[in-house]
Design a binder for this molecule. Sequence first.
Ligand SMILES: CC(C)(COP(=O)(O)OP(=O)(O)OC[C@H]1O[C@@H](n2cnc3c(N)ncnc32)[C@H](O)[C@@H]1OP(=O)(O)O)[C@@H](O)C(=O)NCCC(=O)NCCS
Length: 199
Amino acid sequence: LSDFLSPDEITHIGFAHVGNNVLISRHALFFAADHISIADNVRIDAYCLFSGGEGIRIGRNVHVSAFTAILGRSSLEIGNFATVSARCTIFTSSDDYTGATMTNPTIPADYRGANHAPVRIGDHVIIGAGSTILPGVEVGNSAGIGAASLVKGNVTAFDLVAGVPARVIGRRVDGHLRLADQLLAVKRREVPNFGRQRT
Ligand SMILES: CC(C)(COP(=O)(O)OP(=O)(O)OC[C@H]1O[C@@H](n2cnc3c(N)ncnc32)[C@H](O)[C@@H]1OP(=O)(O)O)[C@@H](O)C(=O)NCCC(=O)NCCS
């Protein structure tokens, strides 16, 4: 049993770009879909909410698990083979918490001090369930983020971070890179264009 949309239904959402073999739950919600670009073999599960902002680019073989929200006015890039586990929230905008200005979108912009900044999640990153990523964060390639983490600053490639706020707790190994090369080689033999499309 599946609640994934048919290719025609996906076309009707009006994405800027959508690749081949993309699975999108009919219970996912997209605002400003024309600012959202999705590469091949991506899966987006039920109750995800994407707000297009200045642009969302999802790389190939990315999984965005159930109840994940992408919110804010700036841009988000998620690299190839990245995993966003259930109930994550990625913010590209956040209100001013100092008290110097008013907060929330019912208030005119002149009275608010919201911060809008792009977020970049690298290739092969894995984000544990229930984590929150704040505006301006860059998560380096192959980094890992433990469950229920609050990521306020940049994460170095291959670092494993966790906690509130997230701190380095270890390093990831690079076995997944060799396996990805093998997988791409096998797929290219099956489908000559596999893995060469623009993301
Ligand atoms: C991050 C993670 C992979 C680390 O696992 P691990 O390598 O076995 O790490 P350990 O349990 O040995 O913990 C190492 C240290 O990090 C801390 N830590 C581990 N995970 C943490 C988390 N999510 N938040 C805060 N601290 C965490 C531990 O308390 C421990 O601290 P200490 O050295 O002070 O005692 C794992 O804890 C985790 O969060 N996995 C996410 C799983 C998930 O969300 N899956 C969803 C489906 S993909």
